[in-house]
Design a protein around this ligand. Sequence first.
Ligand code: SF4
Ligand code: SF4
Length: 140
Amino acid sequence: MHAEMLILHFSRKVVDQPIIYRLVKDYDLEFNLLKAAINPLQEGVIVMELRGHPKNFRRGLKYLRDAGVEVKRVAREVTRNEELCYQCGTCTAVCPSGALSVKRPEMAVVFDATKCSACELCCPVCPARAMEVRLNRSAV
Ligand code: SF4
Ligand code: SF4
């Protein structure tokens, strides 16, 4: 499962097309709408979290671009606050990418940021709130 926050700009040419509907129906993606607005020039902006299988996510982004939608990523980065983490291991049970794992025989909980998909599943389960989310804005 991959999830990202996106800012979509719809020009007048595409603002009345069922693009989000197609994104859900044809690419099996889920979205959480955070903000939607149409300005006086009839151009639209949507801020949403898009979630789904990584392959579907990539295909969905391509569909958006091909349809003429300008896409900006509000990339999230999950980090671990080493001062707060007390190595309880709870997060390793929910991490789908293997970014959090138990190193044996030391039984140390290791965080490999290069494997992290920023799905945030570890954040609410961590009793120490050691897994933190940061935003990084970058154009697609
Ligand atoms: S956000 Fe947390 S649960 Fe999700 S992949 Fe990264 S370390 Fe694993
Ligand atoms: S759940 Fe939190 S405190 Fe426990 S090992 Fe993971 S990051 Fe550390």
